[in-house]
Design a binder for this molecule. Structure first.
Ligand code: FES
Length: 135
């Protein structure tokens, strides 16, 4: 009988964690790149990011999309869509979510076409010689 109670408790705990995560995702909370991205950490080579385009990378478990809106200006955002968590990628000068077609600015990360209404979480980056690093 005790094993049954423990099992129910475990299920309730797992269910509660899943519910909280699901509510956060549906409420449009932007996942923030973790503090594990330390200042000076290599993000990618600048040559990987086309001018006017984007490049997806994983930095210490953070799914990021790096853009270069104009030559010598770089931006980095979480690539996790603020609508329901699909992974966005660059296409035709915007960040496009393949799930429900939200589009985000490669300059600001703000949504330009819904259903997403919240901007992608930003990570400050800078150019350091031939590379893009965490600012
Ligand atoms: S998950 Fe991106 S638009 Fe729905």
């Amino acid at each position: 009988m005790a094993a049954t109670n423990l099992s129910r408790r475990s299920l309730l705990t797992v269910g509660s964690v899943g519910l909280v995560a699901g509510v956060a995702m549906l409420s449009g909370c932007a996942p923030t790149p973790s503090a594990a991205a330390k200042s000076g950490a290599l993000v990618t080579a600048l040559s990987n990011v086309p001018v006017g385009g984007s490049f997806n990378v994983d930095l210490d478990g953070n799914a990021l999309v790096i853009s270069q809106p104009t030559a010598g200006v770089v931006t980095a955002f979480s690539s996790i869509c603020t609508h329901q968590g699909c992974k966005v990628g660059g296409r035709d000068g915007v960040l496009l979510c393949p799930c429900h077609a939200s589009e985000f600015s490669i300059t600001t990360g703000a949504p330009t076409t819904g259903p997403a209404t919240t901007a992608l979480a930003k990570l400050e980056v800078k150019i350091d010689g031939p590379n893009i690093v965490v600012a």
